[in-house]
Design a protein around this ligand. Structure first.
Ligand code: B12
Ligand code: SF4
Length: 503
């Protein structure tokens, strides 16, 4: 049999169905080209790989972020033992190429964007001469590859993901995006983005995640600043990016009325009525907003001074809802300024700010972030678990990995974990979900769907992420599998093979 290219998204937990398509798989599939046939795509969040599918001389591409790097390394070792060429890419490989070479049985590591360089890497492997390190760099927005959605497995995903802009001008301390993707927003061409969405709608996908770091990369305050500084070059650049956002939304507006979008955005967008109105017309009905903390001290902890706190925060979040944008509020627990009362205060705010969904994540020093650098420096003699220092926590077996890394000034790690679990439990209690469903949708059928999706979200992200015992994690994965199969049907639409590009 002739050699094949494999693209593998590692995961230790499999759900049978997944919420969002891992976009890199389908972008790299497009970047592979047709010379070696269609790549074999495996997303382990659906089903684990079959080692037998990998043969001697095949090229195996593995994409890793920090959370799944360890599973990725297992796959790499397995693939290499079967005689395949092993290549890694993704954010974690970009940050730690040497670690990947040492632990992942890698022949090669690709740093940065894979779109343009991947075909060369495959070719070098097949010629038996891969380089150890390739640098894909940060490519310009107009060179991003549209994904190969024709390779999607049937009945597996609820939402497809399309990226419209990469990079973020902010500099939050817990986030690596502005350092790896850069602070200069790189917008994709509008036609290319909409072309992909049209193809997905033809296939029956009507829920699309705009998988951007920040869908609102040019706040009005930055434009005002460029005006004040009388910097015409900067001003024109910002206005052009802003205009491109409006052009995109104008085209989305013309897509079939049952098409719905979800994105990630900073809360500054709520100050911009014109932008919110365009979002409503484009049917961008949901947005993940990084609230992070409900206190001004907490916001200072994470360098997010552009966020609001207290009552102003409630009003700002409500503004999204008034413009038809449902908010998934994202909160971080375990910040140095957090106290026991912060948990209840956060739950109370989430209730009062009309949030439709919320996630409560534990402060984790992800590499590539300012938090990580500060924390790693503070660990003179880091604790080790199974011989692995906590400063490389992602290499510790998942079930033994600490959930909290920094010593908190007033609370124990277990206290923070238990309080966080409790906030998830309360926010997603039957009573609260049912009440929220009445505000979010009207018909009984839609309310039932809302309840289902809320429970699914909780099972997938709370219990598998924060729980410490593997029995609870397995139970949650099983429940999520069941809910996921039911929920998927609600998300799909009637295929529209005849759908044309809007003008
Ligand atoms: C959309 C998104 C999500 C979505 C959808 C996830 C999904 N199924 O795709 C949701 C909201 C569910 C999500 C969840 C989480 N996410 Co997220 N997410 C993103 C986001 C914004 C975009 C990802 C994307 O689709 N990009 C588009 C594709 C095309 O780009 P790409 O993945 O970078 O791939 C390119 C290159 O990296 C490279 N490449 C990638 N893989 C490979 C493999 C090979 C072989 C090669 C050659 C090249 C290559 O080529 C690709 C094309 O250029 C990124 C930020 C970002 N800019 O990437 C964060 C990001 C990946 N997420 C992050 C995190 C932390 C999480 C969570 C842990 C958050 C949480 N606390 O719950 C969870 C984990 C979920 C999980 N278990 O995987 C971090 C990861 C940090 C890190 N060091 O690992 C990021 C970078 C954001 C951040 N703030 O720092 N996420
Ligand atoms: S958290 Fe969001 S706003 Fe902050 S740097 Fe990252 S992508 Fe930008």
């Amino acid at each position: 049999m002739s050699l094949r290219v494999h693209l593998i998204n590692p995961s230790r937990v499999e759900f049978g169905v997944a919420v969002i398509t891992p976009r890199w798989l389908y972008v790299l599939a497009a970047a592979t080209g047709r010379e070696w046939g269609d790549p074999l795509i495996v997303d382990e969040t659906l089903k684990q790989i079959d080692p037998e599918s990998i043969a001697k001389g095949d090229v195996v591409g593995i994409g890793i972020h920090t959370g799944n790097a360890r599973r990725g390394y297992e796959i790499g070792n397995l693939a290499r033992a079967r005689g395949a060429w092993v290549v890694y890419g993704g954010i974690h490989a970009t940050l730690f190429p040497d670690e990947v070479l040492a632990n992942g049985a890698a022949h090669a590591v690709v740093k940065g964007d894979g779109d343009l360089i991947w075909q060369q890497v495959v070719r070098d492997c097949i010629a038996g001469q891969p380089r150890q390190i390739y640098d894909g760099g940060r490519i310009a927005g107009d060179r991003f590859m549209p994904a190969r959605w024709d390779l999607l497995p049937p009945d597996s995903y609820m939402w497809a993901s399309v990226q419209t802009v990469r990079g973020c001008p902010k500099h939050c301390s817990f986030c690596s995006v502005w350092r790896t993707d850069g602070q200069q927003p790189r917008s994709r061409e509008v036609e290319s983005v909409v072309g992909e969405i049209v193809e997905l709608r033809r296939r029956g996908f009507r829920f699309i995640a705009l998988a951007d770091d920040n869908f609102y990369p040019v706040p009005l305050s930055d434009i005002a600043m460029a005006r004040r500084k009388a910097d015409p070059a900067k001003l024109n650049e910002l206005l052009a990016i802003r205009q491109q956002r409006f052009d995109l939304m104008k085209m989305l507006e013309q897509l079939p009325k049952d098409t719905v979008f979800f994105t990630q955005i900073t809360m500054e967008a709520a100050e911009d009525e014109e932008f919110l109105a365009a979002m409503r017309r484009a049917r961008i009905k949901g947005a993940l907003v990084g609230v992070e903390s409900v206190t001004s001290e907490g916001l200072k902890d994470v360098y997010k001074g552009f966020n609001l706190s207290g009552e102003e925060l409630v009003e700002r979040l409500k503004k999204f809802r008034k413009h038809g944008v449902h908010v998934l509020g994202s909160f971080i627990f375990g910040l140095p300024s957090d106290r026991e009362q912060t948990f209840d205060a956060t739950l109370d705010l989430a209730d009062r700010a009309d949030l439709t969904f919320a996630q409560f994540v534990l402060l984790t020093p992800f590499p590539g972030t300012l938090d990580f650098e500060k924390w790693a420096k503070s660990q003179e003699n880091p604790e080790t678990i199974d011989g692995v220092p906590v400063t490389t926590h992602w290499l510790i077996p998942e079930h033994k990995r600490p959930k909290i890394f920094s010593l908190h000034p007033t609370m124990s790690a277990e206290q923070i974990r238990v309080h966080t679990q409790n906030v998830w439990d309360q926010f997603y209690s039957w009573r609260r979900i049912w009440n929220r469903s009445g505000l979010a949708v009207t018909s009984v059928k839609s309310r039932v769907a809302f309840v289902l999706v809320s429970k699914l979200y909780r099972q997938m992200y709370a219990n598998t992420g924060i729980a410490t015992d593997s029995a609870r994690i397995n139970r949650s994965a099983k429940r999520a599998q069941f809910l996921g199969r039911m929920a998927r049907r609600l998300f799909m639409g009637r295929p529209m093979p005849e759908l044309q590009m809007p003008q």
